[in-house]
Design a protein around this ligand. Sequence first.
Ligand SMILES: [Zn+2]
Length: 188
Amino acid sequence: MIAAHPPILRLDAGGLPVSWIHWQRAAELIFADRVLWSLGDAPLRIQGGLRGGQRSVLTIDPVIATREAHRNPAPDTPPLTNRLLFARDRHTCLYCGNRFPEHELTRDHIVPRCQGGEDVWTNTASSCKRCNGDRKGGRTPEQAGMSLIALPYAPSRAEALILSNRRILADQNEYLSALAPDRDDRWN
Ligand SMILES: [Zn+2]
């Protein structure tokens, strides 16, 4: 029951997204009086212990902004990981356009590393093993006569938070989407 609660979106004092946190961490922040404001129409209701014969209930909004601005604000571009890369590309091979489960995808370097290509968001694409290994190999798409079906981009922090949470709540999605650039044109 408790484990089923979706994560809480933590913001800094300026309203910028920081991370997903477990509801227990959110409860600690509430009790420590570090929550400045919160929002969301559907708060989580956590059953507490008995107090004077009544069961206490803690309500936690889906989005909470906490007191101290972080001394080292999180970089706006998240680190490149396969999990986030495949989520960015909707688990679609950017060469053949087919969808694959995570374990059948690879991180393709568009300009291969052996030709000086960097391991960065804008030089990486989700690729199935066949397209990456058999068809493309150590070549650029041009050299291999292949083309990308979408332009690789570096997701912002807000986008990365959306992509990394499959149980995102409507209010959380709305908040983060308002901060994320519009990318709809890239999938035409
Ligand atoms: Zn493919």
